[in-house]
Design a binder for this molecule. Structure first.
Ligand code: DLL
Length: 433
């Protein structure tokens, strides 16, 4: 299903012409209204005439999270405070949060873009949607809420926490769509089973719209089986809007980026040069229609790849594949570079593992070491030592042969790894403690 078919099926040439025009306008707008960009553009000798084709975006400097911090709280806002109607901020745990603002027009645009990804996932005004993202400074709750309301669905703004109550509401109100982080979806499924629910008959769920954290395709499989739904991925970040930047259609083969509102580039994070088409690198995003907060070439730190091949669904926009992790989450374990989601993919392909794990980082002398805590299902945990040993050997073998990873793996009791109600905490870093 489409929400704005004409915009979602533009020819590549039309998309690029539109992007070029919008980029020129935004450069002029930011130059006039944001002292930070006036100074940057003067320094780089940039004005709207510097842009003649979409490739010219490479002439612009990058914007980073530090630029937001340096201009805390409202220094990057282009709109007068009178026109700002909403303020959100990032979920960062250290330092000052990243503050973002929206005008009325921005909220309207944001809602339409979220409505697009919902329609692409087959969600309509017939649905009852249970939103279990936190409502607050995090963009997840309110962002999804306004967009889903726009398509006319009935929203249950449950927010996060109190999982048993969430399940009761989903059952009693007959929710057909669940919206939350993928890790919370798994937790909900687990608690529902423990509460004695028969997922197929007690719940009417058909679709899940999950995002806000990396999750592997193996995790998707686990969620789809556990909740008897189709699970769709969607991506976004507060600095360029929030959820609604990209989302999967029914083919579940990459997330469609709303390119009439965002320019997406993939760069090598070290050289800062573009990678070849289809190669993994860091996603850099330029929003083209934000009024309150124009941003240019935002370094997301998310590692992904793009395809511009047309999709069988009819959408023509570039698709981004599941981010495998963030540049700042990459681990180096005994010389092997690896992202937690790659470890997840291997773990979840092994029978008998419950889909919960954590990676503990420690420092022994000058060396970093890692231990992967894996939850076994109850049968295995209480099984004889020999079987447990064989199981651990299997995990070690798979990690070694698939990722080249030689790492300590520990089996822990069922339900002992902390469950998340928002973004999962996969890494416990004890190195600086
Ligand atoms: O997480 C926005 C959002 C809310 C997206 C709800 C989807 C659903 P932030 O808190 O600013 O915003 O965090 C953004 O989360 O840079 C990625 O590292 C990660 N992220 C978001 N969506 C995905 C996804 C929201 N689908 C940061 N897959 C981003 C992997 C994701 N990582």
């Amino acid at each position: 299903m489409f929400f704005e078919k004409n915009k979602e099926t533009m020819s590549r040439k039309d998309i690029e012409n539109l992007q070029t025009e919008l980029l020129k306008e935004k450069i002029e707008y930011a130059y006039k209204n944001v002292p930070f960009y006036k100074q940057k553009f003067d320094e780089y000798g940039i004005n709207k005439n510097s842009i003649n084709s979409i490739e010219d975006i490479r002439k612009l400097p990058f914007t980073t999270k530090n630029d937001f911090r340096d201009n805390y709280p409202f220094g990057l806002f282009a709109a007068d405070m009178k026109k700002i109607v909403r303020i959100h901020s990032s979920s960062g745990t250290t330092g000052k949060p990243t503050v973002v603002g929206y005008t009325k027009n921005d909220i309207e645009t944001w809602s339409s873009l979220v409505a697009r990804i919902a329609a692409a996932a087959g969600v309509s005004d017939e649905d009852i949607i249970h939103i279990a993202f936190g409502y607050g400074l995090f963009t997840g709750g309110f962002g999804l809420h306004y967009g889903l309301e726009k398509i006319g669905a009935a929203i249950v703004p449950a927010s996060s926490g109190n999982t048993k109550k969430q399940i009761m509401l989903m059952k009693d109100y007959g929710a057909t769509v669940l919206v939350c982080t993928p890790s919370y979806a798994l937790h909900i499924a687990e608690v529902a089973r423990r509460e004695g629910l028969d997922i197929e008959t007690d719940l009417k769920l058909k679709v899940g719209m999950f995002g806000a954290e990396p999750w592997s395709n193996k995790m998707r499989q686990k969620i789809e089986e556990a909740l008897n739904i189709k699970a769709y991925d969607n991506y976004g970040l507060s600095e360029v809007m929030g959820p609604g930047v990209a989302g999967e259609c029914e083919t579940q083969d990459g997330m469609h980026i709303s390119e009439d509102h965002f320019i997406a580039e993939i760069i090598n994070p070290d050289t800062e040069l573009p990678v070849k088409d289809g190669e993994y690198g860091e996603l850099v995003i330029t929003p083209l229609t934000k009024e309150a907060l124009p941003v240019f070439r935002y370094r997301t730190r998310d590692i992904t790849k793009l395809t511009k091949e047309p999709c069988v669904c009819g959408r023509t926009s570039a698709r981004m594949y599941k981010p495998i992790g963030r540049t700042d989450d990459m681990l180096i374990i005994r010389g092997v570079n690896v992202f937690p989601s790659q470890i997840e993919e291997v773990l979840f392909s092994i029978d008998g593992i419950s889909p919960h794990y954590q990676i503990i980082l420690e420092r022994a002398g000058a060396l970093d070491s890692a231990t992967i805590l894996v939850e076994a299902n109850a049968n295995l945990f209480f099984d004889e030592m020999k079987k447990q040993r064989q199981f651990l050997d299997k995990i070690n073998y798979e990690l070694k042969t698939t990722l080249g990873l030689d790492v300590a793996v520990k089996l822990v009791e069922p339900h002992s790894i902390e469950r998340s109600e928002g973004k999962a905490k996969r890494i416990i870093d004890k190195r600086e403690m």
